[in-house]
Write a protein that binds this ligand. Structure first.
Ligand code: FES
Length: 320
């Protein structure tokens, strides 16, 4: 789907509660400004928070379901925050009026898998915990492995305790070592579906451990950028709907060039993780730098994220 052609209107919301979840991690619960029901949510979905400081950031939803009266996101304070988590932690107060996007899902759960192995690192627990609760409600076969640096960093521990030995906690400081992803992935049956969300080193290790599996059973989601954006420049983009041609110079992304030419584009994370800036590609070869498209989607060369991806060819024709 090209989200630039099918966007729902932002949802006006009010911050209803802020709850401590773990060290530097809070849960933010939003209700609709008109107190109505929220759009339905599938496990793994996220929303973009449109913050009062003008920035937009994607956050995974902690709960899925139909007709929910509120959405909850978990936000960990990033010491290098550029205005997202820092602003949320320091400035948002209960009662703040703002807006958020309708849910979107680049990390969908295969609900009828014979078994589901969930793996989370740090704040990557939010979409994974959403999946775990959903699978439990469906009485499905699942297990969760949750790794944090220390016990103080682990969210949802009280709720997890109710799920008994389906949940496995790993604290690096106590174990004196990182979680053994190689052994964990090797323990999964070929038919099981695996999901991992966590910091980039964890995802890299997970992908390596799962390299021999059927790729359709291996799922992951990044919550930070993995690669530097493509800003080499030196190519031309043609906007097919207008025929306009624009040069992308060194040091600029395609999105930079579009915005500089007053061409309206959707964008949120600017890191290739939210999918908000996806556009269809009609001609040319893309230099993909996002963390959303699967290898087969990349190979199809039919779509790209203009905030971070560039061109391997001298020309790209985009459906804009
Ligand atoms: Fe989020 Fe481009 S703005 S992927």
């Amino acid at each position: 789907m090209n989200p630039n052609t099918s966007l729902a209107e932002p949802i006006a919301v009010r911050l209803h509660s802020i709850t401590y979840a773990a060290r530097d991690t809070h849960l933010y619960e939003f209700v609709r400004a008109n107190d109505g029901a929220m759009p339905d949510v599938a496990p793994g979905a996220h929303v973009d928070l449109h913050l009062p400081n003008g920035t937009t950031r994607p956050y995974s939803l902690v709960r899925a379901g139909r007709g929910m009266k509120s959405y909850v996101v978990g936000v960990k304070l990033d010491p290098k925050s550029r205005g997202g988590s820092r602003f949320i932690h320091d400035k948002l107060m209960v009662g703040t009026q703002m807006s958020l996007s309708a849910p979107r899902n680049h990390f969908p759960l295969k609900e009828d898998a014979p078994h589901t192995l969930l793996i989370a690192g740090g704040i990557g627990i939010t979409p994974i915990w959403c999946m775990a609760q959903h699978l439990q409600e469906r009485n499905a076969s699942w297990e969760l492995w949750y790794s944090c640096r220390s016990r103080a960093d682990a969210a949802f521990r009280d709720e997890m305790a109710a799920f008994g030995d389906r949940v496995h906690l790993h604290f690096d400081e106590e174990a004196g070592t990182l979680i053994d992803l190689k052994a964990l992935v090797a323990s999964a049956s070929p038919e099981a579906h695996l999901y991992c969300c966590g910091p980039t080193p964890m995802l890299t290790a997970y992908e390596a451990a799962a390299a021999a599996r059927d790729p359709d059973t291996v799922h992951l989601e990044h919550f930070g950028s993995v690669q530097a954006a493509a800003t080499d420049g030196g190519y031309v983009i043609e906007l097919a709907r207008s025929g306009c041609e624009l040069a992308v110079p060194s040091g600029k992304s395609i999105l930079d060039v579009l915005v500089a030419n007053n061409i309206s584009m959707n964008s949120s994370c600017l890191q290739g993780v939210c999918g908000y800036c996806e556009v269809a590609v009609l001609e040319g070869e893309v230099d993909h730098r996002d963390s959303i498209l699967t290898p087969s989607e990349r190979a199809s060369n039919s779509t790209m994220m203009v905030c971070c991806s560039g061109a391997k060819s001298a020309r790209l024709v985009l459906d804009i």
